[in-house]
Write a protein that binds this ligand. Sequence first.
Ligand SMILES: [Zn+2]
Length: 377
Amino acid sequence: MGYKRVGYKQNAAWVVDETEAEIVRQIFDWYANGIGVGQIADRLTARRILSPAARRRKKNGKTHPPYKWQCGSIYAILHQEAYTGTFYAHREKVVWEMGKNGRKRSKLVTRPREEWLPIEVPAIVDHQTWQKVQERLERGRLMARREPNRHYLVRGRITCKHCRHSVIGSPFSMRGYNYTYYRCNGRSRRITSGDCKLPYFDVKRVDDAVWGQIVEWLQNPDQIERSYNEYLETAEKENEPARQRLAALERELEEIRSKQAKLVELYLSEVYTLEEIKNAKAQMDAAVSAVEKEHAELARSLEVVTMTREQMEHLREFTKRIGEGIDKADFASKRKIVDLLETQVELVYQDGKRIAHVRCVLGEANPAILSNARSAE
Ligand SMILES: [Zn+2]
């Protein structure tokens, strides 16, 4: 946004589109002066200025004129280096990777910076404003990383043993104090019947118990190795029948395809009528698509989240590095390990005690009894 292209191919050049450039400068100016991205989006929306997405659509010949600005568009503009006078082409390349269904799919990745091709364009934003904006963006990025809203170490990995519903982390404040606790969805009338009796669990106590257990496991490297090998073995064994079926399907597919190839010869030999050949082909097509469908489904189911060798290496490396100080790891690292280990937590309320069961690929821990927490029961 801010430029238009004149000329074609080698003669093409980018010139400033003054109307758009004015909007770009306004956005930079606001942001450099402390206005937030959300507020900028609101202002532009209120002024009924065509959004970049709408502009693109218009150029493609469709008229679809929403004036709704998204924060993402503003960020994209604030990060666009072209506005300082250099546009970088050749920034991305297409790579192919294995998709979920076993088929190849393409993905755009950023090339290393030295491969980018700089192209001089007229600058729209002055250097000083650009610097100011970049510094503010960087500060915002750091802040966002340091202060995520709430920390729930086992978010998405915790369930209630009584009603099997998932347990969610949720904030709560009382008399000016802020607490966070884990609460069973089975208590929420909006989602379920609401009659689960699992009390609230203090987040810190649950997280500490889980992390304590993980640290204990990780400080025993032999145990990691042993458990991981067991884990692999079980996974292989469970997947074996599916793998065999997959191979059988592939053979079947090949057979049908070679028969299909022969159809042409049969037709040319004039032994069969065109009608007969057509029928045979339709049947084969149906068989192919049925086999392909089963193949894809099977391949997907085989791709259950299994911990790879590489991830295991990462974990071992991490353990070594942190050594004795593992309990001082920051939240993001802890969460990564919790995920890597496929940690699952189950909460139980029994004999007036709150109990957490922790399980991961390294094994199953003894139930952790969390004494009555101060909570919003
Ligand atoms: Zn429950």
